[in-house]
Design a protein around this ligand. Sequence first.
Ligand code: SF4
Length: 472
Amino acid sequence: MTDDEIFDKWHEECGVFGIFGHPNAAQLTYYALVALQHRGQESAGIATVDGLKLYHQKGMGLVAEAIPNEAMPRLSKGHASVGHVRYSTTGVSQLLNAQPLVFNFQRGNMALAHNGNLVNAHQLHSFLERRGAIFQSTSDTEVVAHLIARAGNPDMADNIREALSIVKGAYAFCILTDDKLYAMRDANGLRPMVLGKIGDAYCVSSESCAFDTIGAEIIRDIEPGEMLIISKDGIESTRFASASKRALCTFEYIYFARPDSDIDGFNVHAVRKDFGKLLYREHPVEADVVIGVPDSSISSAIGYAEESGIPYEIGLIKNRYIGRTFIQPSQELRARGVKLKLNAVRRIVEGKRVVMIDDSIVRGTTSGRIVDMLREAGAVEVHVRIASPPVTHSCFYGIDTSARDELIASKKSVEQIREYIGADTLAYLSEGTMMQAFGIMDGKDHGHCNACFNGKYPTEVYEDLSKSIMDR
Ligand code: SF4
C-alpha cells in the first residue's frame, strides 16, 4: 500500500531527467532522481553513454534500492545520461516496465525515458504487432521506440519527429543516443519539462526541484511541441509539432509537483498558497484554527489562514517511516492504515472549531476517516475546505485516476459528499476562482487542462481504453 493509496489520492506517472556533456552525468542523474522521487516509487533507472557504449541500471523500488552503489562505477563512464522514476502500482509492478527502456538498433544505441500517457498507444501497439513487432514490455514508451526504429530517415531527429507525429497524448520524453540527448514536450504541454544548465552541460527535468538539488540553474520551460537536441555542439531548439492549445495539467500545481518546483513560470508553493487565499474569499467560515492534510495541502492551509486571520496550526502529523512494503489489504485494516500514517494533534484541535484544508477528494473514504479522527481528538466542529474543484472525470494523460464511477463527485452533490465524510460544512474552490491564482480573471482560455473537473479534454480520448492493455 502506498502513500497515495492510504490517502486516497491519484498517482503521478513518472519523472524524467537527462543531462549531456558532464563528467559526473550518472551521479548528477542519481541525485536528480532522488529529488523527483515523489513522482514515482515503483522503479528507477539510469542509462549513460560514453560515445561508444551504453551502460544502464534499472531496478524495483526507490532510487537508492534500484541503483546500488556497485552500479555507479560502470554508469559513471558516460558523459551523458537519462534517468527515470516510475510510479507505484499493483499488478504491473515489473522490472520489464522500468525505464529507461534501452534498445540497440541499426543506427546505434537508444535509451528512452517517458512521463505521461499516449492515448492511442493501444491502437499503435496492435498496428505494430500485426506488422511483426515484438514487444518486451507493456509500456507505451516501447511503442514510440518501435516507431522510431521503423522510420527510415538518416537523421535521428527526423525519425523522432515521424514517430511523435503519430502518437497522441501527454508526454515529456528524453531520448539518449550515442551522441545526442533529445528532449520533447507534447504539443499541448500537458506534462511539465524544464531546461537547465550546470557548468557547460545542459540538463532537462520533469521538475525544477531536481536542478536545485544538483546545483543547476533553470533556463526556461520547454515549449509545447518543442524538441531540444543537445550534443557536443551545444543546444538546438526545433519543433516536432506546432503548439496546440496549451493545456498544462492543473493537478501538477494542486497535488503532484513538489512545492519548491517552478512550472511554466509559477512556483508550486506560491500557487497553492494563493488557492488557499482564494478558497477563504470564496468560502469563508468562522473557526478557531486552520489545519492542512500533509503534505500537499499545507501551502493552501497557510494561505487560508493568512487570508482569514484564523491561526494556522499543525493539527495532523504524518508518519514518514512507513515503507513501500506496508501492505494492508482488508477494508478494516485499511482504516488502520490511515491511522498509522496520520494522527491528529489533540492539544491543537480539542474543543476547537477546525477548518481542515485538503487539496482534493477522490473517493472520499480517507476524508471521512480524517474527519472522524479530528472529532475523536476533540474537535467540536470540522469544516472541510478543498483547494480545487470537485473531481468528476477520469484522466487519460498519465495520471492513474480511479474509474469515473469511483470518483465521489461524479455521482454525489457537494451536500451528499459532506454528509458522507461527516463534516459540518464542505466547500470546494470553483474552477474560475482557482484560475485567478494564475492571473486569469475571465475564466476563459487559460492554457491549463482542467478536464478532470469539467470533462473538456484537450485532445481526442479513447474512453474505452482507459484501462487498456498498456497497463498505464
Ligand atoms: S485530466 Fe486532470 S489530472 Fe489529467 S492532465 Fe488534465 S488536469 Fe491533469
